[in-house]
Design a protein around this ligand. Sequence first.
Ligand SMILES: Cc1ncc(COP(=O)(O)O)c(C=O)c1O
Length: 368
Amino acid sequence: MDLHLANPNLVDPEFYVPGLPVDWVTARYGIPADEVAKLGSAENPFGPSPLAMAAIREEVGHIHLYSSWTAEPLREAIAEKYGYAPENLVCGSGETEVIALIIRAYAEPGGKVLMTRPCFPMYHLFAEAEDRRPVYIDTPTMSCDVDAYIDAIEPDTRIVFVTNPHSPSGTWLEEADVRRIIEAAPHALVALDEAYVHYSDTPGHIHLAKEYDNLIVLRTFSKAYGLAGLRLGFGVAHPDLIPPLLAVKPTWNVGRLQIVGGIAALADDGHVDRTVAAILGGRAHVTERFGELDRFRLVPGTRSNFMLIEILDPDTDSTRVFNGLLERGVIVKDGSVSFRGLGKRYLRSDINLPHRMDRLVDALADLP
Ligand SMILES: Cc1ncc(COP(=O)(O)O)c(C=O)c1O
């Protein structure tokens, strides 16, 4: 049968490549699950917020009832926490869904969507699937060159993605630089992706959505709150920016368990603080330990719970190192597979508890 029913952009689609799960390594290499260091998905080493787990358990008996289609109780809780009104908010099944809604609602087919290369792949995957046009600014230094980025904003640019901390390097943009980008794009929507902001050890730039009517700030419950499997994220913006997003949103995109889990997690500062402290400790530890390696170096400046490892040894490449680490029970991301434009010289690893960082450094040192 030679039927091509799909949208022509989707006949041979490209998919996101997530970090490998532990069972995959156990099945392939026979390494017991508790000996695998999972450093490819930037998850929370302490698990879910305990307050969220309790709230979800309590809500389970109500899942025969539809949720509020706008996730109203969660919008109220987020608004209260950050000094906004519910009308400033859109919630999604993960921040990833909010990114998809933005691309659909704020760029027409053919519309230009600006992003760095490499970047979080969802920006270009969704843009291409929806026939919007990704425009890339290469980042050979692995951090966003703000002047070059501003120069690339054109009168017909529709969306400008800014990731802070940056992905995949974790580098940080100060508020003045973020403001410069927003002010250079008055005719476009700037989507400031703060998925990893807790690990910057700052409050981030979420307050800027009060000042600018061309900005949406995006956050997720997947990282510091430990709820990656629950699927919950949100965007905060001027109230006029929200209705187009609600209009393209699958109606009940956030279920009852997500709503109560998110509300409880927002109140669980203890879990977030403990997580952030552990990651900062892991970051200091791994930075020091990388001093022992002469074939690899860390790309400096990460303010996230991941880091880029640059391969200095010309006789190997990221895929060989990635496979060598898997054989030693360490899962990271092969930059050449996971990030368009990153090439064969980089791997991305999570920053996690010090003993897991030791597993990574010891395995790198052990590679032939
Ligand atoms: C830069 C960036 N933004 C957004 C997300 C979305 O996370 P989620 O859909 O789990 O909320 C991720 C997840 O890996 C990310 O790396």
